[in-house]
Design a binder for this molecule. Structure first.
Ligand code: C2O
Length: 532
């Protein structure tokens, strides 16, 4: 096993994008940021130097951080962020996971431009991939682009409660492609050889939009999601929610020409103003293709094609090899977590309510991060009054919304099952799919469906080869059942990965207590950003 070392200098970069000059914050002046490539078993060391005027935490999305929650980079959950002019070295081992993950800023709007892929290949000397080794690998990282300063964008959205301003473009590897109104916008291009199989490592790093992805005249075989192998699944369209990754094989069997890849928005919230961020394009060029070829475009699903999206999401299974962990069958905590958005209740002294101010909740609690110390720090140092342990097992019988820093306490190795129930608020907002992401663990997705979860669904749970993920796109107004073993002591955030919903309170935290030695959280590393 090797040590993979990087330095990320986070600072201002001038960029010309969509015919507009702007200043954005990036890691090492790259958009997307540097790709981290490692083998399973390696140790990753990233020195983050914060030359931006904002406080900064970097999250290694999907990495277990076993007994190492200090490096999870979740602002105010596991650390207190790197102050401007400060630095911190994140160090973690990659154990028991292979495939594509990613990293992103987990504080303020730096998240819009500070992100990159984290690729984990099989350990050297092992059997390697559970499929024929690809001829080449192609990272495809989706993002969103605003011509306005991203910070203003988020502030707009939160003041009006209508959600974030719709982005001006979707991007593929940082570039919008040639189907926008700006002639001469950057286009991602990749050259391929005929009759070869490539592994596409696809990441949805967009802030607030689920996406469809296709390549004209090509099919995919999905082999992993969220760095967990899947049963091979053949499709011509991929649906991917913010936070998720998909590894897909693509064989270049088409005539040697140029082909577009394209990404468009999937928005199940058909009642709202449809998100229309246009189409991001890239070009796949076969070696030897004539230069003047007009590339063909894939025909994309309609933006509200729920059937196509769910068919993709719900058809995936885990690979369930004999040495993969089996689904635990005894459950210690059987929770129903009902979540959604609602109109913020009026303050008693207010004569009028703000018309659109929104609040988000899970089981009636709107999550408020602590102010002065991270939850993990508070747990480790036994600080009282930072959080309460009263997060409920099920929604309140009378709908109430309380703003609080409330966690669900579980013991080491407890098995937690959560029915994630999405609740519709009127028809105006919050009926989109919510990608729910859990830090520190992967979970089994036992079943998913539309409408209200009914306990009789239990008989349909896939306990044999369910898909394993860290982020599940819970259907708008529908449900998903997840199960995981809490074998990683610490404080672990579970939240909606639509970025605009996090500050509204769409999250909760699992407090997982230490187990018997050696399953004890060690003290924080040197230089750990505390705020006291
Ligand atoms: Cu990728 Cu808490 O996030």
């Amino acid at each position: 096993a090797a040590v993979v070392e990087h330095t990320f200098n986070v600072g201002a970069t001038n960029i010309s994008q969509l015919c507009t000059e702007s200043v954005i914050y990036t890691a090492n002046e790259q958009l997307p940021g540097p790709t981290i490539e490692a083998n399973e078993g390696d140790t990753v060391v990233v020195h983050v130097v914060n030359e931006s005027p904002y406080s900064l935490s970097v999250h290694w999305h999907g990495i277990f951080q076993l007994l190492n929650g200090w490096a999870d980079g979740a602002y105010l959950i596991t650390d207190c962020s790197i102050q401007p002019s400060g630095n911190f070295t994140y160090q973690f081992n990659i154990t028991g996971q292979e495939g594509t993950l990613w990293w992103h800023a987990h504080s303020s709007l730096l998240r819009a431009t500070i992100y990159g892929a984290l690729i984990i290949k099989p350990r050297n000397g092992t059997a390697g991939y559970p499929f024929t080794a690809p001829y080449g690998e192609i990272p495809i990282v989706f993002g969103e682009w605003w011509n306005k300063n991203v910070n203003d964008v988020e502030i707009d959205g939160h003041l009006t409660g209508l959600g974030p301003a719709i982005s001006d473009a979707l991007t593929i590897n940082g570039m919008p492609g040639d189907h926008t109104s700006c002639k001469g916008a950057g286009v991602y291009e990749v050259e391929v050889a005929s009759n070869k199989t490539y592994l596409l490592r696809i990441v949805n790093a967009a802030l607030n939009v689920e996406l469809f992805f296709k390549v004209a005249h090509h099919n995919f075989t999905v082999v992993a999601v969220d760095a967990c192998y899947t049963g091979p699944y053949t499709t011509d369209v991929i649906a991917i929610a913010p936070g998720q990754t998909v590894d897909a094989l693509m064989t270049t069997l088409a005539p040697p020409r140029w082909y577009y890849m394209a990404a468009t928005v999937f928005d199940s919230n058909t009642a709202s103003i449809p998100f229309n961020n246009g189409t991001a394009t890239g070009i796949i060029k076969y070696e030897g293709a004539p230069n003047e070829t007009i590339a063909s475009m894939p025909s994309m699903p309609a933006h509200n094609d729920v059937v196509t999206a769910n068919n993709f999401y719900w058809s995936l299974t885990g690979l369930a090899r004999s040495d993969d962990p089996a689904v635990p069958t005894t459950v210690n905590h059987s929770m129903i977590v009902e979540f959604g958005l609602d109109q913020e209740p009026c303050a008693p002294d207010q004569t009028k309510c703000k018309e659109y101010a929104l609040v988000a909740f899970m089981n009636g609690y709107s999550f408020q991060p602590p102010k002065k110390v991270s939850l993990l720090n508070a747990l480790f140092d036994d600080l009282t009054d930072v959080y309460s342990e009263d997060f409920p097992m099920s929604p309140p019988s009378v709908p109430t919304i309380r703003k609080a820093t409330s966690v669900k306490k579980v013991m080491y190795n407890d098995v937690v099952e959560v029915v994630l129930q999405s609740k519709k608020y009127k028809t105006k907002v919050g009926t989109e799919n919510h990608p729910i992401h859990l830090h520190g663990y992967n979970f089994f997705v036992l079943a998913q469906g539309l409408g209200r979860y009914d306990p009789t669904e239990r008989s349909t749970f896939n306990l044999v080869n369910p898909q394993v993920r860290n982020t599940v796109a819970v259907p708008g107004g529908g449900w998903a059942v997840i199960r995981f073993t809490a074998n990683n002591p610490g404080m672990w955030f579970m939240h909606c990965h639509l970025d605009a919903h996090v500050p509204l309170g769409l999250g909760m935290v699992f407090e997982v207590l230490d187990g018997p030695a050696p399953n004890i959280l060690p003290p924080p590393p040197d230089g750990y950003p505390k705020c006291y």
